[in-house]
Write a protein that binds this ligand. Structure first.
Ligand code: C2E
Ligand code: CA
Ligand code: CA
Ligand code: CA
Length: 278
């Protein structure tokens, strides 16, 4: 009868809801992953090749897999940038790094940690309030933080970006231009944005020993950084030959597999304890 029909309809609604929950769309899946804390930082050491000392690290996002192991940013960054979820992921990475590195960094004020931002971070002052919210009064101090802006993506508005960068710098945060030599900004970004550090793209390091044009560019960038009083970092260093070349050509800071890949938190903390014991 009628009652039986109503019960059946009720059961099928419950069934539909259950199915909907188990086949949540990609946006919802990312939301749940953020809530579960599946997006975590790995830390790649940054070394001084003149002194052999540890300078700090770059935090690089990883997503925990259900079965163990992690996925790199290539698997999800394009999507979370498109949905805007990159902002929540960045905040949660920063909070994770603050808590994980806090005691070690508090005891070693010279250590730095860099975070990667996307072009959209530089079109709203939200990033300034986010940084205050996450790091004010924290054991990782503002002057231990570097925020990286990549040259690969065009910045929507240079004037606005300049204002945001200046406000971040007022907090004591340093700004790095990442992937220098790859794209949009080039020299005009270095000059207009007022960055504190330049990270030369790996392609120039790869060319050491083979391509005289690229190595001429290394010399030019090193000199430019020195003239502008900007810190210089070489990325993607994989061989001792490259270290020797960079050292000879006036580069101090380097990052790459020759030293270490991005490391899970506990391993990076162990490395700090080994290289920089208290
Ligand atoms: P990136 O910022 O240029 O980071 C350096 C990338 O090069 C990292 O890849 C690192 O693992 C890799 N790498 C480091 N040393 C070497 C080396 O010696 N040889 C080679 N072949 N590779 C090396 P990863 O972690 O896969 O990140 C790729 C890119 O994804 C990053 O490039 C960055 O643009 C983006 N990314 C990573 N984490 C974040 C994040 O938290 N937020 C945002 N917005 N982007 C991120
Ligand atoms: Ca970077
Ligand atoms: Ca805006
Ligand atoms: Ca880079």
């Amino acid at each position: 009868g009628n009652a039986g029909g109503a019960v059946l309809a009720f059961i099928s609604i419950l069934g539909a809801l259950a199915v909907a929950r188990h086949t949540e769309g990609p946006v919802r899946a990312i939301e749940s992953a953020i809530r579960r804390g599946d997006f975590i930082p790995y830390y790649q050491p940054l070394m001084c090749i003149r002194t052999g000392r540890l300078l700090g690290c770059e935090a690089l996002v990883r997503r925990k897999r259900p079965g163990g192991g992690v996925d790199g940013p290539g698997a999800f960054i394009p999507m979370v940038e498109a949905t805007g979820q990159i902002f929540e992921i960045t905040r949660s990475m920063m909070a994770h790094a603050r808590d994980e590195l806090g005691p070690a960094y508090n005891a070693r004020p010279h250590l730095k940690v860099s975070f990667n931002l996307v072009a959209d971070h530089f079109s709203s002052l939200k990033i300034v309030s986010d940084m205050k919210e996450i790091f004010e009064g924290a054991q990782v101090k503002m002057d231990q933080i570097v925020l990286e802006v990549t040259e690969r993506q065009p910045l929507p508005n240079l004037g606005e970006a300049r204002v945001i960068i200046a406000k971040l710098q007022e907090l004591g945060i340093r700004i790095a231009l990442d992937d220098v030599g790859t794209g949009h900004g080039g020299m005009s970004y270095l000059l207009k944005l007022g960055v504190d550090q330049m990270k030369m793209d790996k392609m120039f390091v790869d060319a050491i020993g083979s391509d005289r044009y690229s190595t001429a560019i290394i010399d030019t960038l090193v000199k430019l950084a020195a003239d502008l009083n900007i810190e210089f970092v070489a990325e993607g260093v994989e061989t001792f030959e490259q270290i020797a070349y960079l050292k000879e050509h006036g580069v101090d800071a380097a990052q790459g597999y020759v030293f270490a890949p991005p490391l899970p938190g506990p391993l990076y903390l162990e490395l700090i304890q080994t290289l920089d014991p208290i």
